[in-house]
Design a protein around this ligand. Sequence first.
Ligand code: AOF
Ligand code: ZN
Length: 383
Amino acid sequence: MARAVELARLGHGSTSPNPVVGCVVLDAEGRVAGEGFHAYAGGPHAEVVALAQAGERARGGTAYVTLEPCDHTGRTGPCSRALLEAGVARVVVAVPDPNPKAAGGAARLRAHGVAVTSGVLTEPAERVNEEWLTYARLGRAHVTWKFAATLDGRSAAEDGTSQWITSPEARADVHRMRAGADAIMAGVGTVLADDPRLTARPEKARPEMTRPEMTRPETARPETAGSEAARSGATRSGSAVRVPLRVVVDTDARTPQAARVLDDAAPTLVAVAEDAGTDLKADLLRLPRHDGGLDLHALLRELAARDVVSVFLEGGPTLAGAFVARGLVDRVVAYLAPALLGSGPAALGAAGAGTIADLHRLTFDEISPMGPDVRLIARPALH
Ligand code: AOF
Ligand code: ZN
């Protein structure tokens, strides 16, 4: 299952609005017969890729899948049936499928005499698929809030200058993260202050930067049908085919028509209040007001309805504070530079924690050096 989770990870950034899924098929003697991952929405499911690779060797064998096999005919046929037809004797599942349209594979397999074990390596399998599971379970887009700051948590100097607090290495990492998201979001304050483009401009990535160091199934066994699908998926994810949507949160419609975020480099959605008067020529999303801003929960639901599974929220402090206050930040990515400012705006604005009892407690997930800086990944403690 650990290998299946690694395989699932290969689909990261290219499967939206579908999950990342990995599958390993063992033959009756317990030797690896096939491996697969879901590479892009509409493409073959992980199980089908792995079964194609295993061929007759799947008979009497075991399939490890990170997500319960589907039992529906959507863009592709049901994996429950594919597993039955392949003669697999046992299926091990990490996470049940929360998608009501697709769930039921485990029950069908059991009904046909296949031994099904559930709940194996649940935590890493949840983690690798956390964006999609949030989207599927809660019906809203998953939010990663990113900020860059000095060691004392300041994102700009007192006079507002903010360029180059973090290193080129950290900035390159931000672009890779942006490229993996379905939407890149900022508040109108940031648009007015910095005129950002909010596009993903990843450098020509070194292979180990986008993919874990491992043998990919398509290079390991280039002769199988499953590997063909995997290869085309891998090509898609590495190219500029999928451009993240840009989202500006702009309650009172203050975005200038000339803002760079409205250029034609990527589609842009400007979220404004239902009653905001504007003649802005842009794709407007009208939302109810809430607490002096917009109803952010409604925003994330509307984005999910547009197939946006993951949002990369890039500030500014006011908008990020509002998201944190509403419990809508699922992951925090902080780039901290070994530098001090001592004054100037903090990375996070008011977040509904006026007293220490209301502190938003997080747990660290990952601590990585990023050139001279560090990248910290954290998430809400009770989630
Ligand atoms: C995937 N890949 O490897 C597995 C999935 O639109 P469809 O027909 O591809 O079906 C998507 C649903 O199938 C998805 O939401 C999930 O519930 C289930 N399993 N999906 O995209 C896979 N195993
Ligand atoms: Zn399936």
